[in-house]
Ligand binder design. Sequence first.
Ligand SMILES: [Zn+2]
Length: 259
Amino acid sequence: MADRRHLSLVLHDVAPETWPDYVDFVAQVDALARRYGPIPITWLVVPDFHHRSDCRRDGAFLENLQHRQAKGDELALHGYYHCDDAPAPRTPRDWFMRRFYTWEGEFYTLDENEAARRLDKGMELFLSQGWPPTGFVAPAWLMSEGTRRALCKRDFLYTSDPQHLYTLPDFTCIEAPGLVWSARSAWRRGLSRLASETQRWRHRQAPLLRLGLHPVDMRHAHVKAYWLTVLERLIQEGRRPITKYDWIMKQRRREQRAA
Ligand SMILES: [Zn+2]
């Protein structure tokens, strides 16, 4: 019998200031869960989003995450400030990556020391709340060499880019295609629907399909509706929702049994 296919529902950029964006969507996911069975969510938490949304200062926010974690959701570290505050780019390639592609590549330019400092600060938040370390996802999936070196010396199980998961410390690559929208302008949204549907078709047999959602998606009713529809359709097609952490642990156990 073929292995069961899974999906991971991943919410990016989770912070006190983006929490309200997700509330209604998550309530609708919970309603789907009452019909189809558990839909655990992976929350990518930013400890101090853009230096203005410090998780530690918002007790209600921390309690909400605590509650989600207790019911089986995963909390993963997603940068520390989630903004690229390094000196301005100097080369065309850097300008493209850091201004056109994204302004959010916090870990794109960091040396090992600074990356280590921010990873440890992030871990401190997690440990202070009793949240186990799971994965680290770099903002915009951009990582410098120094970040990679700092990461493999720490207790994270995995990191990821748009199409892969990498288990740590050795960055073993696992195919894990993702659907993601770029919802910040009309032309990007138009292309996103097409790209996303193409991806979904192309990877219909993939063992794990990830749905990567951003707060801005939630501000456009049709984008939010798209995600709910896709989620429900994938479940109806037989994919079982699982957190990224649990999926990797499952693979590990299977490999150990096979060895
Ligand atoms: Zn992000």
